[in-house]
Design a protein around this ligand. Structure first.
Ligand code: 2PG
Ligand code: MG
Length: 464
C-alpha cells in the first residue's frame, strides 16, 4: 500500500505525567497520525540548571509531590497545544515547532512550559518517523540536512585563542565519542566535591563499541580501587558516577588515572580526562567558593590557575563551565589561557540558545557547546544551535540531563547530526544505558553507512 502525505497528519496528541530517574514527575507525550502510527517522547530535567534555560513548568502545589508535579504542563499539551497542531504534518518539524513557540508567545517558554513544548516537539519527530516507515535516526538525519549551513565557516571560525573543531563534523551519520562520568560531585552527589563531573574520553578507541567497552572496564577498575581505598559500598550519584567523599577535588583525577592504568590503557593516549566544573553553582557573583579539601574562595583568575595547573599534570582534554554563566570576563581569561589546548564547553553559559552562542562566538569565548534539548525546548531550535556551533568551528556535545528516563532520542540525534560527541552520565543506571545501548544498536544497524571519528576530532588541540 502506498503512503500518502496524509499518513503523517497529526490526529491525536496525548500527554501524561510519568516519573524520571530521580523519582520526579515529568511529561510524556504521544502523538498519533492519521495512518495510525504513533510516536512518543519523555522530557528530561536538570538539577544544575543555568539561569538562562527555557522554563520548566512545575505545578508548585505544595500539597502534591512537593510542588514538583507537571499536571499543568500536561494539561497545556492535552488542551491548547493539541488543538494548535491538530491536522498539521508531523513531518514538517519546523512548522510544528514554530507553531508551538507562537502559541506560547514568551521568550523563554514560561507560559506553557518548555517541558510541554519539548514533549510535543520530540513526539512529533517520533510519530513522523513511524508514519514514514523510517527509523528515527534516518528521519532526524533528513531534518538535519534540511537545516542549511550558515555563512562560510572561515568568516566566523573560532578566534586565534582557540582551537577549532574539524569541518567534517555534522556532514554525515556518525557514532559519537562518548564523554563519560566516573566520579560525581556538586549538585549531583550531595556536594561531596565542588566539581560536578570527572569524566573520561576514550580518544584512542577505533569504534564506538570499543570505546564503550574501555569505559566499562575503567569504571569497574575505579570501583575496585575505591573499595580498596576504604570507600566500601561507595554509592553512585544522580548519573551513576561514583560519589565517594574524597579529601579534595584533585584526588578524583588521580584515582581515575590509576583506574585507566589498571584497565591496561594509557592515560592520554587511549583515554583522556574531562571535567564539568559546573562553576556557576559555587559562584556568588564575584568569587568561587570551594569547600572540598578546605574552605577557600578564589576569583576567576584563581580558578583558571587551578584548572591550568591540572591541565599541566593530568591528560585533561575537555573542561565544561570552567567559569560561571555570567562571568564573561572569566570566560575570556579561561579561553585565552586554555582555548588552544583544551575543549572548553559552555553549558550553563550557552544553554543551547543560538543567540547566546552567537554572543560567545563574537566575544571569542569557549570553543565548544553542550546541546541539551530541554534547555531550549524544541527540536528545530536545538538543530539550529547545533548548526551555528558547527558553522563556527565549535565542537558540539549532545548531552543528557541528570534527571533522565528510558527515552533514548538523544542517541539517535547525536548520530543523525554527526555532532561527534555525546555526554550521558556514567555506565550504570538504566536511564543512562538506554542511550549507550541504543548507540550500540545504531552502530550495528547502520554499519558502513555511519562513521566513527572518535578522538580524531581533537586533532587541532594536539597540534595547537
Ligand atoms: C550538566 C548536566 C548533565 P544537569 O551540568 O552538564 O551532567 O547536569 O542536567 O543537572 O544540568
Ligand atoms: Mg554541565
Amino acid at each position: 500500500m502506498s503512503r500518502s502525505r496524509q499518513d503523517t497528519r497529526i490526529k491525536i496528541v496525548h500527554a501524561r505525567e510519568v516519573f524520571d530517574s530521580r523519582g520526579q514527575p515529568t511529561v510524556e507525550v504521544e502523538i498519533t497520525c492519521d495512518g495510525g502510527r504513533t510516536g512518543s517522547a519523555i522530557v528530561p530535567s536538570g538539577a544544575s540548571t543555568g539561569q538562562f534555560e527555557a522554563y520548566e513548568l512545575r505545578d508548585n502545589d505544595p500539597a502534591r509531590l512537593g510542588g514538583r508535579g507537571v499536571l499543568r504542563a500536561v494539561g497545556h499539551v492535552n488542551d491548547v497545544l493539541a488543538r494548535a497542531i491538530y491536522g498539521m504534518d508531523a513531518a514538517d518539524q519546523s512548522a510544528i515547532d514554530e507553531r508551538l513557540c507562537q502559541i506560547d508567545g514568551t521568550a523563554n517558554k514560561s507560559r506553557l512550559g518548555a517541558n510541554a513544548l519539548l514533549g510535543v516537539s520530540l513526539a512529533a519527530a517520533h510519530a513522523a518517523a513511524a508514519a514514514r516507515e523510517l527509523s528515527l535516526v534516518e528521519h532526524l538525519h533528513e531534518l538535519w540536512l534540511a537545516i542549511l549551513p550558515g555563512p562560510s565557516r572561515s568568516s566566523v571560525a573560532a578566534t586565534s585563542t582557540t582551537a577549532c573543531a574539524p569541518a567534517t563534523l555534522g556532514t554525515r551519520l556518525t557514532l559519537p565519542l562518548p564523554m563519560v562520568n566516573m566520579i560525581s560531585g556538586g549538585l549531583h552527589a550531595g556536594r561531596n566535591l565542588d566539581f560536578q563531573d570527572f569524566l573520561i574520553l576514550p580518544v584512542g578507541a577505533r569504534s564506538y563499541r570499543d570505546a564503550l567497552t574501555q569505559i566499562v572496564s575503567v569504571y569497574h577498575q575505579l570501583g575496585r580501587l575505591l573499595s580498596t581505598a576504604g570507600f566500601e559500598g561507595v554509592l553512585v550519584g544522580d548519573e551513576g558516577g561514583y560519589g565517594p567523599k574524597l579529601t579534595d577535588n584533585e584526588q578524583a583525577l588521580a584515582l581515575i588515572v590509576e583506574a585507566i592504568e589498571a584497565a591496561g590503557l594509557a592515560p592520554g593516549r587511549d583515554v583522556a580526562l574531562g571535567i564539568d566544573v559546573a562553576s556557576t553553582h559555587f559562584y556568588d557573583g564575584t568569587r568561587y567558593n570551594l569547600v572540598a579539601g578546605g574552605q577557600r574562595s578564589v576569583d576567576a583568575a584563581g580558578l583558571v590557575d587551578l584548572l591550568e595547573s591540572w591541565v599541566e599534570r593530568y591528560p585533561i582534554i575537555s573542561i565544561e563551565d570552567g567559569v560561571a554563566d555570567d562571568d564573561w570576563a572569566g570566560w575570556e581569561l579561561l579561553t585565552r589561557r586554555l582555548g588552544r589546548r583544551v575543549q572548553l564547553i559552555g553549558d550553563d553559559l550557552f544553554v543551547t540558545n543560538a543567540e547566546r552562542l552567537r554572543q560567545g562566538i563574537a566575544r571569542g569565548v569557549a570553543n565548544s557547546v553542550l546541546i541539551k534539548v530541554n534547555q531550549i525546548g524544541t527540536l528545530t531550535e536545538t538543530l539550529s544551535t547545533l548548526r551555528t556551533a558547527i558553522d563556527s568551528g565549535y565542537w558540539p556535545v549532545i548531552s543528557a540531563r541528570s534527571g533522565e528516563t528510558e527515552d533514548s532520542t538523544i542517541a539517535d540525534l547525536a548520530v543523525a547530526t554527526g555532532a561527534g560527541q555525546i555526554k550521558i552520565g556514567s555506565v550504570a543506571r538504566s536511564e543512562r544505558l538506554a542511550k549507550y545501548n541504543q548507540l550500540l544498536r545504531l552502530e550495528e544497524r547502520l554499519a558502513s553507512r555511519a562513521t566513527y571519528a572518535g578522538g580524531e576530532i581533537f586533532e587541532s588541540l594536539r597540534s595547537g
